[in-house]
Design a protein around this ligand. Structure first.
Ligand SMILES: Cc1ncc(C[n+]2csc(CCOP(=O)(O)OP(=O)(O)O)c2C)c(N)n1
Length: 512
């Protein structure tokens, strides 16, 4: 358990809470009071207030919910897929719990930035680039970034969470996992299906601390959020916050709310468990603000809502041809050999690869090239050669595989960890969904991961994540290009793979 709560005076105000009326939850209040623009935020399909409190423009958000051209994803995402690259709001994911491994990749990208000496900078068009940190003047926001992921209590019982906790622990990921616990998944009560409802203790096995918070009082949630994020920002690793809350409305407008005891429960909650009523009563009583100030603030908020609605109403439908335009981030006939390396490549290589490692990898590459010239190179060796050429050409290229350190089954990742270190070339747990998912998070945050699947068919564990590799460029309205390569051996040759399947995120696949 985490203790020592501390709340900076004035860090939570009426506006923070009033930005949260859609779910009547105090959690968005916490987001806006303790998270920074530079933090990487992952939510699920109940993400509207998370996006708003992360700084996403209300008009653009409403237009996206209505799938209009002016939405933050050009109308290609819709209600459950809100992305705003500039505010590091990285979805909006509709498959329950799929966002969990993505957040691990985002948190890992923060560690990679610091290991390589890279820094993120905003461009005027909302895009983000990486630069050599030694050439920039850095701020606190550059050095204490964290990632945060929200998941419902139903989603927190998905197997992706323990695997995520393992990664948090092994890598000391700067990640806050927030379990939004309304006691049910649609209409299924958690205790009917789960052996324990104490998700904040799940990290015990992995050494990841957790805190249980009553979401009734916004101030408590913000205090706890401040304490937990301070802990993570200080470099101690990840933490879990489980926040109790209540869902006043049905799961969706289509929900008939037939779960047992719903009527009585709602009557009780309206009286005793409404964070907005609690907030208003507490702070008008103690004189923090008057009833008139409260009314004025509400009016102000209503104006914002009306303005956002009108903006969405008056916007056009997405332009015809948008889906075609967002099919590939780079044209399919692009010659990747002609893409210039990043300007920092040479400096970062010098900084992170010793001269001995460099000599070794170059003699390895020379030997493979010689084999290629002699017509003796195997497919696995050719892929290994391509991986080394790419990892040297662009230090933002990473590699993840099972059994990687030993070269995996066919030598495809051979000599990568020995050359580029275990963060860029990482051995992975045997959960292909997690590995591909973590790579998606890296790819959304300036890296170019390669996943080697040992054998292609093992990728079946990662079907959800593979689908999102293909969807996300489109659904984010072109904001996230996902430069991710998945490759694996196919065929049954005992020594060398007879084929290597390559699949790229933007829905093309080929067999070599
Ligand atoms: C993989 C997957 N299975 C099923 C669903 C259908 N579904 C949508 S929401 C939901 C319940 C999730 O509950 P919880 O995680 O507690 O989130 P809440 O909506 O209560 O915030 C289910 C089963 C889905 N979206 N994705």
């Amino acid at each position: 358990m985490l203790v020592n709560l501390s709340l900076r005076p004035g860090s939570l105000n009426i506006r923070h809470l009033l930005s949260a009326p859609m779910n009547r939850e105090s959690i968005p209040a916490m987001i806006s009071s303790v998270l920074k623009k530079e933090d990487k935020k992952f939510s699920y399909y109940r993400e509207h207030t998370h996006a708003l409190s992360s700084g996403v423009d209300p008009g653009k958000l409403m237009a996206e919910v209505c799938m209009k051209d002016t939405g933050c994803c050009q109308g290609a995402g819709g209600s459950m897929h809100i992305y705003d690259k500039q505010h590091r709001f990285q979805g909006g994911w509709a498959l329950v719990a799929e966002q969990l491994p993505y957040s691990a990749g985002a948190a890992k990208s923060i560690l990679l930035d610091s290991e390589l000496g890279l820094i993120e900078r905003d461009l005027e068009d909302g895009d983000i680039i990486k630069l050599d940190a030694s050439l920039e003047s850095s701020t606190k926001e550059d050095t204490d970034r964290i990632a945060v992921v929200f998941v419902g209590d139903g989603g927190s019982h998905n197997g992706r969470l323990p695997v995520l906790l393992n990664a948090c622990s092994k890598l000391k990921l700067p990640l806050l996992i927030v379990v939004i616990d309304n006691g049910r998944a649609i209409n299924t009560f958690t205790e009917d299906v789960a052996a324990s409802t104490m998700q904040f203790t799940l990290g015990d096995h992995y050494g990841v601390p957790g805190l249980l918070v009553d979401g009734l009082h916004a101030e408590d949630v913000a205090k706890a959020g401040r304490a937990v994020t301070n802990y993570i920002r200080s470099g101690k690793g990840a933490a879990v916050m489980q926040i109790h809350t209540y869902r006043f409305m049905g799961h969706s407008p289509a929900d008939p709310e037939h779960e047992r005891g719903r009527k009585e429960e709602k009557t009780w909650a309206r009286k005793h468990y409404d964070p907005i009523k609690a907030f208003e009563a507490k702070y008008t009583t103690c004189g923090m603000f008057t009833t008139e100030e409260l009314k004025a603030a509400k009016k102000d908020m209503q104006k914002t809502v009306i303005h956002a609605m009108n903006f969405a109403d008056n916007s056009s439908e997405p332009k015809a041809g948008l889906a075609k335009e967002l099919e590939y981030p780079t044209p399919p006939d692009t010659d990747y050999n002609k893409i210039a390396p990043p300007s920092f490549a040479e400096t970062i290589n010098k900084r992170t690869i010793s001269s001995e490692q460099m000599m070794n990898v170059h003699s390895h590459i020379d030997a493979l090239r010689k084999k290629a010239e002699d017509g003796l190179i195997s497919i696995a060796e050719a892929v290994n050669l391509a991986i080394h050429e790419e990892m040297l050409r662009d230090p933002t290229t990473t590699l993840q595989a099972e059994d990687l350190q030993a070269g995996s089954s066919y030598g495809i990742p051979g000599l990568t960890q020995q050359t580029y270190g275990s963060l860029r070339a990482s051995d992975e747990i045997i959960d292909e969904g997690h590995v591909i998912g973590k790579s998606i998070g890296e790819a959304m945050n300036g890296y170019r991961p390669i996943v080697e699947l040992m054998n292609t068919n093992f990728g079946i564990y990662g079907m959800a994540e593979i689908a999102s590799c293909g969807n996300t460029y489109l659904q984010s309205g072109g904001q996230f290009k996902l430069p991710l390569t998945i490759l694996g051996a196919g065929g049954t040759a005992p020594d060398l793979p007879s084929t290597v399947n390559l699949c790229m995120p933007t829905s093309w696949a080929c067999q070599v």
